[in-house]
Write a protein that binds this ligand. Structure first.
Ligand code: NAP
Length: 273
């Protein structure tokens, strides 16, 4: 990689951000296509968000990937928000076109893309577990592709609020047995990562061979939910698929080029092996 005074800069921001895989994935893509771009990570605190956005303009940063906890808060400082991000209520991508900053959400594309590679969402019943940011992106994505929606959440009120926005139904986790009737189950909770690696959000006996089971968690790559889904002969989709697809869409937005998917996938597989 030959960085010069003309090199275009992209970055990921978050708090924390040191765990992010985005720099390696995007830089591998730039290198493969010989693009004069570089991608770095910056730890930005919530109290510095407004100044940071000014910095995007002042330093002519081309693109910013936004991760937790800034996906909602930063929206107020941008010039325009794309329609999908507006409906989801969060962005994860900023593109700078001559000082005009536009916010996008590519998470929903990262959710519907891997599902539709297996099966069309049109007319399917989707059960989402969780009702926060990732669940919102999933709810927008699957309903925009013609699926019907049921939200299950620990806090029923949050499930009800989200379901109302996207014409779905809402239940508490006590009703989870109903996922047996769904075509696609999406885990949008952190159950299965970190301190809960031995837990699963969906009891194994509720999963059948007709389900697609998408766990949005990507560390670990193979969660208990996905191991059990495989044992039940369901079709598993890993959280890395979401991570890759949303990054690929960001690559398109930043560079205007078709991303080298194999290279980016290979890099992600190496990092999460
Ligand atoms: P989050 O803060 O990680 O999760 C919040 C949701 O999980 C809420 O609905 C919450 O229920 C529920 N929850 C949390 N702990 C729970 C527990 N012990 N038992 C039952 N429910 C619990 O929010 P998020 O940002 O939307 O992320 C959700 C998941 O998606 C995370 O695992 C994250 O890693 C993953 N994700 C992956 C990618 C990717 O690139 N693969 C991108 C985005 C997110 P209450 O409402 O009751 O609190």
């Amino acid at each position: 990689m030959n960085i010069t005074a003309k090199t275009k800069i992209c970055m990921v921001i978050g708090d924390p951000v040191e765990h992010s895989l985005s720099p390696e994935i995007h830089n591998a893509g730039y290198e493969a296509l010989g693009l004069d771009f570089v991608f770095v990570a910056c730890h930005v605190k919530k109290t510095d968000l407004e100044n940071f956005v000014q910095g995007i303009r002042v330093m002519n940063i081309r693109g910013v990937s936004v991760t937790l906890p800034h996906k909602i808060e930063i929206m107020q400082y941008l010039d325009t928000i794309d329609d999908a991000a507006q409906r989801i209520g969060a962005i994860n991508t900023i593109v700078n076109n001559d000082g005009v900053l536009t916010g996008y959400n590519t998470d929903w594309i990262g959710i519907v893309g891997p599902i539709e590679q297996k099966k069309s969402l049109n007319g399917k019943k989707v059960a989402i577990i969780g009702a926060s940011g990732a669940a919102r992106a999933a709810a927008y994505g699957v309903t925009s592709k013609g699926a019907t929606l049921t939200i299950y959440n620990r806090t029923l009120e949050k499930a009800e609020a989200l379901a109302e926005e996207f014409d779905g139904e809402a239940f508490s986790l006590e009703q989870l047995v109903q996922v047996r009737d769904a075509d696609i189950i999406i885990n949008a909770t952190p159950i299965g990562m970190e301190q809960t690696v031995n837990e699963t959000p969906v009891p194994k006996e509720y999963i059948t061979d007709k389900h697609i089971v998408f766990d949005l968690i990507y560390t670990p790559n193979e969660t208990r939910l996905l191991t059990e889904a495989r044992a039940q002969r369901a079709t598993p989709i890993h959280g890395t698929a979401l991570f890759l697809e949303q990054a690929i869409e960001q690559f398109r937005l930043y560079t205007g080029q078709e991303p080298p998917m194999r290279v980016m996938l290979g890099t992600l597989e190496r990092l999460t092996a």
